[in-house]
Write a protein that binds this ligand. Structure first.
Ligand code: HEC
Length: 135
């Protein structure tokens, strides 16, 4: 009896936290990304890339790093854990159909490592990845 109660409390607390994560990720997207990438991740043609479909970068070597090292991402005013959450959120929200089957969500440690090394030549890096995706 006591054990069941304890389990119920644990499940409740766990759910509270996982919802808080998704909510805070969405909130951070609104605060730190949406101004440019828009509510639906659609971007602005010729200026701001759409986030719809960005999961395709994860299927080629270097793509996982790329999504973190892009300056708007690496320089964002959120900590590593929050940035990992926002990235996972945009991937699940805007790109569920492009995620590799074995997609592993980002975590704070990985994001922290990549963001220390922001991309200087984004266009070149992106072109290289796109050519890998197309072949
Ligand atoms: C000031 C506008 C601005 C803000 C704010 C911004 N971005 Fe961006 N983002 C861009 C631009 C412009 C690019 C194109 C690459 C470049 O020139 O840096 C880009 C590129 C990207 C890319 C690579 C996609 C591609 O196809 O090139 C991702 C992923 C991304 N941003 C996610 C985010 C996330 C997540 C946030 C919030 C933490 C964010 N951005 C905040 C403007 C912005």
């Amino acid at each position: 009896m006591r054990l069941t109660f304890l389990l119920a409390v644990l499940v409740f607390v766990f759910n509270l936290f996982s919802e808080a994560n998704a909510e805070s990720a969405h909130f951070n997207y609104i605060l730190h990304c949406q101004g440019c990438h828009l509510v639906n991740g659609g971007g602005t043609s010729g200026k701001i890339p759409a986030l719809i479909g960005v999961g395709r970068f994860l299927s080629v070597e270097g793509g996982r790093e790329f999504l973190v090292r892009v300056p708007g991402v690496s320089g964002s005013l959120v900590n590593d854990a929050e940035l990992a959450e926002v990235l996972n959120w945009i991937l699940y929200e805007f790109s569920p159909d492009n995620l590799p089957r074995d997609f592993e969500p980002y975590d704070a440690e990985e994001v922290g490592r990549y963001r220390k090394d922001p991309l200087v030549d984004v266009e070149h890096a992106k072109d290289r990845l796109l050519s890998l995706i197309e072949t």
